[in-house]
Design a protein around this ligand. Sequence first.
Ligand code: HSC
Ligand code: NAD
Length: 528
Amino acid sequence: AEYLRLPHSLALIRLRNPPVNALSLAVVNGIREGLQKAMSDHTIKAIVVCGANDKFCAGADISSFSRSSPGISFGVVVDEIQRYEKPVVAAIRGVALGGGLELALGCHYRIAHAEARVGLPEVALGILPGARGTQLLPRLIGVPMSLDLITSGRPVGADEALKLGILDVVINSDPVEEAVKFSQEILDKPLEPRRLLNKSVPSLPNMDSIFSEAFAKVQKQYPGFLAPETSIQALQAAVNLPYKLGIKEEEKLALYLQKSGQARALQYVFFAESSVHKQSPPSVASWQTASPQPISSVGVLGLGTMGRGIAMCFAKAGIPVVAVESDPKQLEIAKKAVTSMLEREASKMQQSGRAWTKPTLTFSSSADMLCESGRFGQKTGKGWYQYDKPLGRVHRPDPWLSEFLSQYRETHHLESRSISQEEILERCLYSLINEGFRILGEGIAASPEQIDIIYLSGYGWPRYRGGPMFYAATVGLPVVLEKLQKYYTQNPDVPQLEPSDYLKKLAAHGNPPPKDWQSLAGPPGSKL
Ligand SMILES: CCCCCCC[C@H](O)CC(=O)SCCNC(=O)CCNC(=O)[C@H](O)C(C)(C)COP(=O)([O-])OP(=O)([O-])OC[C@H]1O[C@@H](n2cnc3c(N)ncnc32)[C@H](O)[C@@H]1OP(=O)([O-])[O-]
Ligand SMILES: NC(=O)c1ccc[n+]([C@@H]2O[C@H](COP(=O)([O-])OP(=O)(O)OC[C@H]3O[C@@H](n4cnc5c(N)ncnc54)[C@H](O)[C@@H]3O)[C@@H](O)[C@H]2O)c1
């Protein structure tokens, strides 16, 4: 931060840390030093705080989160500003987010440009506004709106912020110039009414029900996320405790979130999203040099109009097709249709003198066997389970099925064993992760972040677990490798469980973070 003396007995503290003036330790120290200078200089009557490059401040420096615990010491600075004996005016342009808004809440007045946005988006990073935000905002705008803004993390435009009472003045001109004028006008006004820390939270008769509704709402809206619920607890502390104790509770809850693991995952996602937007395809990938991958076999799910045609195309190209159809009637029709189409094709080829070999078409039989026994699922009251009635939803295990399965096992020489929840989870997730490593090794995916963002955006992977590749690093690559090796030894017929070379290479380095994978594993082999 820079310190400047302005005419009319004013000092200016300007945050400078491109691109968004994030609160690094150096910036925070700069603010503090500036305030001390202004305090000890008896010619200075008021201070204006602003940000360089048309942005006030986007909050804590997210990239430094893994190195320190954010928020704690900065909260002390926010309190110091409030207790300051000279007026401090925040001049906001661009954004005042997270710690940036907390800094502004510490100031005695807030002036913003009409296009500025302010907010406390910490929940999106798995944390809460831990530099007094949960204690000061409700003192300024009341509990219901603070609950809304803090649990959703949504920023608001200057006009809405003015209506809510977060901002004091909104202008269309330069907020620093306006703040300079403004500070001269308020020099003689008492500061005590402007110190939020000495105010109490506006009370409402139905506070208990407001909080219980808020808990119910976030549980429904953000299931599994810790930060929104924990933020509500911090707001409860603002209502129930004096400021001195409320800030201790905020600190305790902030630390709990910071250590929760969700924070690390969500902060990874913040940077992963930003890097994915900037990435171009890996250098090996190019339409000019790419050659088609060989296809050894094809699976078709559903033999309706499309499935039949698709199965036909591949069969005609001499590629073995495995098709699955759950409806026995459809299956019969499809078998006839595909066979007759192939026969017509074969006779055309024979007439033209070309050779034709019969392609392999394999149909899965297990669903057929159930259906052939008249078990069509809920609609007939029995399928893999027994239901309370046809079309009923209450299901229970069916002794018939045990008999059916034991016969099936005998026919196929299978041994029965119980499978734990852990094994199901590991076999599903680790084989998915293994495929992720394989496509990284092949250069088909440009980075682990790309795989993760696709899983978060398109497949419902919980955001607070960061994506499958980040999850692998959370579990530990050597653990994933060891488990895959174990399951592959037990199931040598499942190729998805065979650990990929890329995973082996990385696990030899221990458990490196995803951002280091590509440099450690070397350049991808190109199969494109
Ligand atoms: C010791 C200090 C303690 C302080 C304690 C404070 C406690 C507080 O409660 C916790 C927080 O404030 S939690 C924080 C709460 N605040 C937030 O959650 C705000 C998160 N940020 C945003 O929402 C958007 O970035 C903006 C709306 C600011 C700009 O959007 P846009 O115009 O579309 O631009 P863009 O492309 O998105 O970003 C441009 C570049 O800036 C980078 N960068 C951005 N913010 C950063 C940050 N805080 N940090 C670091 N870097 C940050 C971004 O990665 C990118 O870098 P690259 O190298 O060029 O790739
Ligand atoms: N028909 C088109 O022109 C067209 C064009 C583009 C895309 N599509 C899409 O292609 C898909 C198939 O279309 P279609 O026209 O062939 O539909 P369809 O209804 O004719 O065939 C779907 C078949 O899938 C079977 N099926 C359903 N669930 C199954 C399961 N779990 N396991 C095995 N079989 C199952 C059904 O019994 C049915 O025979 C649809 O998603 C459709 O939206 C169709």
